[in-house]
Write a protein that binds this ligand. Structure first.
Ligand SMILES: NC(=O)C1=CN([C@@H]2O[C@H](COP(=O)(O)OP(=O)(O)OC[C@H]3O[C@@H](n4cnc5c(N)ncnc54)[C@H](O)[C@@H]3O)[C@@H](O)[C@H]2O)C=CC1
Ligand SMILES: O=C(O)C1=N[C@H](C(=O)O)C[C@H](O)C1
Length: 249
């Protein structure tokens, strides 16, 4: 496929390597400031002859980019996180054309973790002595907190464990956590590519489910495979739908 990479940062550069390894052509690299980019902004000229786009950038500018993609009927994989408030606007653009696959984490391991989290939540539905909480670690450059993956994990728990009804992402410096609150906390520092832990805790013991990314390769490979999957599928798809097909989850 003839691909454009939008956001030529840590993820964009790795996605290029993997796309080339899988026989794709990277015909355009678009980024306002990254060294090696061909174009600073997304416009029809930067997307000439492009069939598919993989965007791992920032929420700022995402909607303007999507306007150009949908006008050109492109296949788009969106890995950027931290844009929950833009969902409605973004999805409505794809009614005009093109196809979108979006997700907070394109690695196989994290998608297995989502499935394990769902099972864990079901298992403790009637075992009230176990509480559940989420923690994530990421490198010092990360701009959004909590991570998109942690928010996806939280959503799985809120949907599958009836006693947790509220997401709590604050530090809680002046009061105790309430039973119905699900605490999601974040730590930033160093070079950590991404670590997410779901802890089930009781008076007797602790059970921890942890996904530790060893590098960004798993995310990048999933994004390229996702773009291949999106061919001939108009509309808006969550990464769950791709992983359901790919892994039989
Ligand atoms: N869904 C997933 O599997 C994963 C998602 N991510 C997310 O991907 C995003 C990027 O992560 P990194 O590559 O580590 O960040 P980065 O900071 O290394 O790269 C982002 C690049 O996007 C560029 N950019 C910003 N706005 C843009 C725009 N409107 N058009 C084109 N380029 C633009 C920046 O100049 C920068 O070079 C973050 O939101 C991160 O959370 C990261 C890893 C995996
Ligand atoms: O910014 C990152 O690096 C990552 N972002 C994604 C997230 O917010 O969940 C995925 C991964 O954890 C790496």
């Amino acid at each position: 496929m003839r691909i454009a990479i939008v956001g030529y940062g840590r993820m964009g550069r790795l996605i290029e390597e993997i796309a080339l390894d899988r026989g794709h052509q990277v015909v355009s690299r678009i980024d306002p400031q990254a060294p090696g980019a061909d174009f600073p902004i997304v416009n029809p000229q930067a997307l000439e002859d492009v069939e598919g786009v993989i965007e791992f950038g920032l929420p700022e500018g995402m909607i303007e980019n999507a306007q150009v993609y949908t006008e050109q009927n492109l296949l788009v994989v969106l890995g950027t996180t931290g844009w929950d408030g833009l969902k409605e606007k973004l999805f409505s653009l794809y009614e005009a054309g093109g196809a979108l696959l979006y997700g907070s984490n394109f690695s196989v391991g994290a998608n297995l973790l989502f499935a394990l989290t769902k099972q864990a939540a079901h298992l403790i539905e009637n075992i009230h002595e176990y509480d559940i909480m989420v923690h994530e670690y990421h490198h010092r450059h990360k701009k959004d907190s909590p991570s998109g993956t942690a928010l996806s994990i939280a959503q799985v728990i809120l949907e599958n464990l009836s006693r947790k009804t509220e997401l709590q992402t604050e530090a809680l410096t002046h009061r105790a956590i309430r039973d119905e609150e699900l605490h999601v906390s974040s730590t930033r520092g160093g070079a950590v590519p991404g670590t997410h832990t779901i802890t089930l805790d009781s008076e007797a013991d602790t059970i921890a489910l942890t996904h530790t990314a060893r590098s960004r390769k798993g995310f990048a490979l999933g994004a390229v495979l996702g773009l291949e999957w999106l061919k001939n599928k108009p509309g808006v798809f969550h990464a769950d739908q791709f992983f359901k097909d790919y892994l039989g989850l």
